[in-house]
Design a protein around this ligand. Structure first.
Ligand code: ATP
Ligand code: MG
Ligand code: FE
Length: 341
């Protein structure tokens, strides 16, 4: 029983195929990063057009990859699919619409059910690809390009959002800092590479809302502090030591993430923790949570590296579980760009 899942919420067109046991038989990602990089961020109109251009090819590639994984000579035929899953939201409306419309057509043609998936739930379920026995209750930190949330997962589907960002998301802050330094897009991987050889204590950047019991986040003050630092040093004729700047910026962001996660674990009594979203690919963040929380007896799960930024494998895992429960969508659903957890 094969479930095919489509993800098109932002600038990745991705398709994965999973079987009932949870084996990932195909995992295709076509990224548009190169088309957006010169604009320093994702251009919605370009994103929608690119999804339209590549989606058929990405689906075909996934059907071929799955056949190969199963030792078949011919690609899987859509009629062999048990269900089609798709990201319904949140994301760019024009980008989501492409995936949703395609998924409806594919499911209708194949005569199988349609399953709608929340992209944020996908980022959470990415952890199940690394740790299949992850079970609520636990604390989950979502750090992505558009979201920063601390969540108490009481049961699958029962989420209490303890706090969110009041302004920029963590991934967005990485992107803006990289842009201010003229380093390119997306900023996360660039900053994290630089930070490897830097001193995290070189520059004392502000840690916002760093109080006990406060689970809200704020990143815009930090971003402004970094930009002011760059302007100040440049005006003074000093060269900026990029690794130190990157490492100090990361330390300011992740110290707060750690402190709030620890506080939420303590307050709820949860003994289990996981992270998700593009920023969860960051080695510094992964190491910090695994080591520091691990030392306190908390079991820490992080998604596989290729399931942190947008991908369809995580959407397929949600869809597979919904399929088992018979949680199907009607064919007149629409993309929902404002979905939340
Ligand atoms: P959302 O999931 O909130 O809708 P999104 O799908 O655009 O947003 P993701 O694909 O989950 O976001 O993550 C992309 C973000 O992750 C970008 O902001 C990028 O800079 C950041 N990112 C990627 N790799 C790293 C890294 N190694 N360190 C820090 N940030 C990273
Ligand atoms: Mg992306
Ligand atoms: Fe995402």
């Amino acid at each position: 029983q094969l479930v095919l899942a489509i993800e098109s919420s932002c600038d990745e067109t991705a398709v994965a195929i999973i079987n009932a046991e949870g084996n990932m038989l195909a995992n295709q990602v076509s990224t548009q990063i190169d088309f957006h990089a010169r604009f320093g961020g994702v251009v919605p109109e370009i994103a929608s057009r690119k999804h339209v251009e590549v989606i058929v090819g990405v689906v075909d590639a996934a059907l071929e990859e799955a056949a190969e994984a199963m030792g078949l000579d011919a690609p899987i035929a859509p009629t062999e699919l048990a269900a089609v899953g798709v990201t319904q939201g949140p994301g760019l409306v024009g980008a989501l619409v492409v995936g949703v419309a395609f998924a409806k057509g594919l499911a209708a043609g194949a005569g199988c059910p349609l399953i709608c998936v929340n992209h944020l739930e996908g980022h959470l379920y990415a952890n199940l690809l690394a740790q299949p026995d992850l079970e609520p209750p636990f604390i989950f930190t979502l750090v992505s390009g558009g979201h920063t949330m601390l969540v108490h997962v009481k049961a699958w589907g029962d989420y209490e959002v303890l706090g969110e960002t009041l302004d920029d998301a963590v991934g967005e802050a990485f992107d803006k800092v990289a842009k201010a330094l003229g380093l390119g897009y997306p900023g996360g991987p660039i900053i994290s590479k630089l930070a490897e050889t830097g001193n995290p204590r070189a520059i004392d950047f502000p840690r916002a809302l760093n109080r006990r019991g406060d689970y809200r986040f704020s990143l815009s003050g930090l971003k402004t502090a970094v930009v002011s630092y760059i302007e100040h040093e440049t005006a003074a004729g000093n060269t900026i030591h990029l690794p130190d700047l990157a490492a100090s910026f990361e330390a300011a962001v992740f110290d707060v993430q750690y402190k709030k996660a620890k506080g939420a674990l303590h307050e709820t009594g949860c003994r289990e923790y996981c992270i998700g979203g593009g920023v969860s690919a960051n080695p510094h963040l992964r190491r910090m949570m695994i080591q520091k929380l691990g030392r306190q007896g908390i079991r820490v799960t992080v998604p596989p590296l290729n399931a942190c930024t947008d991908n369809a494998a995580m959407i397929a895992e949600v869809a597979r579980r919904k399929f088992k429960e018979g949680d199907f969508a009607s064919f007149d659903v629409d993309a929902d760009p404002n979905m939340t957890l």
